[in-house]
Design a protein around this ligand. Sequence first.
Ligand SMILES: Cc1cc2nc3c(=O)[nH]c(=O)nc-3n(C[C@H](O)[C@H](O)[C@H](O)COP(=O)(O)O)c2cc1C
Ligand SMILES: [Mn+2]
Length: 503
Amino acid sequence: MAFDDLRDWIGHLRREGELVEVTAEVDPHLEIAEITDRVTKAGGPALLFTNVRGSRMPLLINQFGTERRMCMAFGVERLDDLGRRVSDVLEMQPPEGLVDKVRALGRLKSLADSRPKSVSKGPCQEVVLDPPSLESLPVMTCWPGDGGPFITLPAVITKDPRSGTRNVGMYRVQVFDATTTAMHWQIHKDAAADWRGMGERMDVAIVLGLDPVTAYTASAPLPKHIDELMLSGFLRGAPVELVRCKTVDLEVPARAEIVIEGYIAKGELRDEGPFGDHTGYYTPKEPFPVVHVTAVTTRRDPIYPSIIVGVPPQEDAWLGKATERLFLPAVRMTMPEVVDYDLPVEGAFHNLCIVAIRKAYPGHARKVMHAIWGTGLLSLTKGVVVVDADVDVHDYGQVMWQVGANVDPARDVVLADGPLDHLDHAPSRQFHGGKLGIDATAKGPAEGYERGWPDAIRMTDEVRERVTSRWADYGIALAGGAGGDGSETRKMRRFARSGRGDR
Ligand SMILES: Cc1cc2nc3c(=O)[nH]c(=O)nc-3n(C[C@H](O)[C@H](O)[C@H](O)COP(=O)(O)O)c2cc1C
Ligand SMILES: [Mn+2]
């Protein structure tokens, strides 16, 4: 059921009532960003702007802007189903009976079918711009303090100069002029490592307008040696088809809308930014590699995809949540005590991780904090809150309750230090600073707590069942039935958060 390409996906969005086509003329300089910010924050539809000033290409934005669309992109009911698909493969045991063997074969086949497939021709090269130029693209300037227009939803393809393995990353691209851009791969990212090891010249392909799963996988934090296109093939259930580039030694998805080919010359850097970033702040100017464009190829009548980031929540919240759900089984491979985790959108994903564990021994919460600080891009996490297994990590009210009630700051707070996200402006020196761990689990005698940890209050099952079954007898009407839908509790929290409480 995978979508073949961006057009297939747009057609689906349209049929599902998830797309609005805007025919009024709009300015890619700030105006589209302001419209999109309002629509995303209101949970509104994907937008296809067909009349962007200065360009003939339609611009698609907010395709991932709601949980429903993110699920539709993957063809799942809930984002948790993504994790299930991964854990099916990760947790494969040697099959025993015939049924098991057949099932295992199915899974192996799905893995074998994940590898991208080379084809000789692709629509992404229907048009070759002569001379190569970025001028026809409706590249947005998102925020008033931005250093210029930025391509914000690319899949950047590079190769490891030593192993030859492909990498696909979503790294924004500032357009300097018709044939020159920056390449904003941050210091901890895979392509930045490829770049540090490059020879005199490094080939780059900036691919725009992909089926939604492949577009997502460019943002997936896979271990460096794993090709993101393989993950896409696995999730799509069909391989990504690739064609050779015209001027660089790379392959690109054949059904992409736009491909920008180019190279980076050794040692050439130029100030990139400022850029209104997903932290909600501007990241300042900083030197990044320069890309010299050698070819621009497109489909006939190409569609340009875009996204804005800014003060959270924004569209990228759902890309992040997809990653959180997809990678839970991988996290549990090395930390089996983890029941669930949550990376709050307002924490820009790297600022806070709430994790629930099945605690089994003294110091266990601290073990998990250090494990998170030692795992892939999660290692950039600034704050880790550890709670017990029965706490719902996605319910921030519950988490706050546990942190307030269970933490003795003199005993349960860990201050460490380590690498921090490239974009984190809080540390006095970029890239390195403090880490905060909060152990909000229950403590026992083995951890020196001798007072007898109290039980949390809970009604007996017997009374709960009796009240549920007799609810109609009481004549109390609650939205959501006997259990209520918790709307008043939610309202109270929202009220408190909006800062309008009594002061
Ligand atoms: C909308 C969006 C924009 C992003 N922009 C950048 C960026 O400019 N630079 C960067 O290093 N990472 C950026 N990221 C995060 C990376 O795509 C992500 O860390 C991914 O894992 C990088 O690929 P890699 O693991 O192969 O390096 C962005 C993510 C999203 C969703
Ligand atoms: Mn990678």
